[in-house]
Structures are given as C-alpha cells and as structure tokens.
Design a protein around this ligand. Structure first.
Ligand SMILES: CC(C)(COP(=O)(O)OP(=O)(O)OC[C@H]1O[C@@H](n2cnc3c(N)ncnc32)[C@H](O)[C@@H]1OP(=O)(O)O)[C@@H](O)C(=O)NCCC(=O)NCCS
Length: 168
C-alpha cells in the first residue's frame, strides 16, 4: 500500500478575484488593520464591492481574504485606471501579493493604458510597490502635485499623483 508523502513545507494557494458585497466587510477590516490607510466607512467598502468590483480585486490565501485593491476607471479618461487603496494583511506582506494584485487587476480591467494613484511622501512601501509595478510592465512612472495639504479640511499630508504608462 502506498503512503502519501506530506510536503516538507506547507504550500499555500493565492487566488485573485473581484470582490463581492459579502467581501465588503473584510475590505474594511484589512484597511482598518493596515493602520496606514485612511479608513472609510464600512458602508463605502460594501458600496465599492457592489459597484466597482470589475475595477477592484481581492487576494485570498487558502480561501481567506489577505489583501485588496480598490480602483475605478476615471470618468473623463476611460483608459486610465485610478487605484484608490491597496492593502495586504501584515502576515502576508513581502510575498508579492500586492504586486500580483496590481498585475491581475490590470489584466482583469483590460482596455487601460495608464494607471494612476496618489501617495503621501512618507509611504515608502507604496512608492516602492508602484515603482516595481512600472518596472515589471516596462512602463515609465512620473510624479506630479495633486492634493496639497492645504486642500484638506483636516490634518492630512499632501497626496502626490503617480502616473504609470503606457501599460501594455
Ligand atoms: C504597500 C503594501 C500593500 C505592499 O504589500 P506587499 O504585498 O508586502 O508588497 P509586495 O510583496 O507585492 O512588494 C512588491 C514591491 O513593492 C516594494 N515594497 C513592498 N514593501 C515595501 C517596503 N516596506 N518598503 C519599500 N518597498 C516595498 C518592493 O519594491 C517590492 O518589490 P520586491 O519584492 O522586488 O522587493 C503593504 O505594505 C501594505 O498593506 N501597507 C499598508 C497599506 C498601504 O500603505 N497601502 C498603500 C497606500 S494605498
């Protein structure tokens, strides 16, 4: 009789798919746990999962939510994908899950030539992520002023606009 041989290291499966309304609460939890993102109301994440699922993505590790990207196609620039928030649970960072989410999302959305996002100057992880994404796509990345701290009604650092393209 053959005895199954257990793998020497546990293997995990990472899968990517658009979020559903049932995932909205997990998006809110991951954003809250990140301690870095501006956390929006739980309602906003449910609404996003309902209306912007095609331009958003959820990463699951062995069936459990581990990260997400929310985005939208800019109404006045139909080939530009604006990335609103990216987060990966602390336990899963450093495994290229965020990078793979951006790649899978770009493929999922399809007809986009430019990616945009905004980042505060102190967020080295986010700047590194989008710079690596641009490199992997053979695209250039440029930084522009967009939302100055004076634009915000509360205490908020300036958000620089990063533009990546052309995406192939
Ligand atoms: C930013 C974040 C999403 C990265 O998630 P991640 O899955 O660990 O990132 P990846 O493993 O896909 O990293 C891809 C690239 O990003 C860069 N990067 C990731 N983390 C970094 C860090 N802490 N410092 C500098 N660069 C970093 C690296 O260039 C990396 O490429 P490499 O693997 O060749 O070194 C994660 O740190 C996070 O959730 N942070 C809190 C929320 C946040 O700040 N979101 C971004 C603003 S919307």
């Amino acid at each position: 009789m053959l005895t199954p041989i257990a793998p020497s290291t546990p293997s995990t499966t990472t899968a990517f798919r658009p979020p559903t309304v049932a995932d909205g609460g997990e998006l809110w939890r991951i954003a809250t746990d990140s301690k870095t993102l501006d956390v929006n109301t739980s309602y906003a994440y449910l609404l996003w999962a309902r209306d912007y699922a095609r331009t958003s993505i959820l990463a699951e590790v062995d069936g459990s939510p581990a990260g997400f990207v929310t985005g939208y196609v800019r109404p006045d620039a139909p080939h530009t994908l604006m990335i609103w928030q990216v987060a990966v649970d602390d336990a899963y960072r450093g495994q290229r899950i965020a990078l793979r989410m951006l790649q899978a999302l770009t493929d999922q959305v399809g007809d986009v030539t430019t990616m945009e996002t905004t980042i505060t100057d102190d967020n080295a992880a986010s700047i590194g992520l989008f710079t690596r994404f641009a490199q992997e796509r053979g695209a250039s990345i440029s930084r522009h002023d967009l939302f100055e701290s004076a634009h915000f009604p509360d205490d908020h650092d300036a958000e620089r606009l990063y533009r990546i393209g052309p995406l192939r």
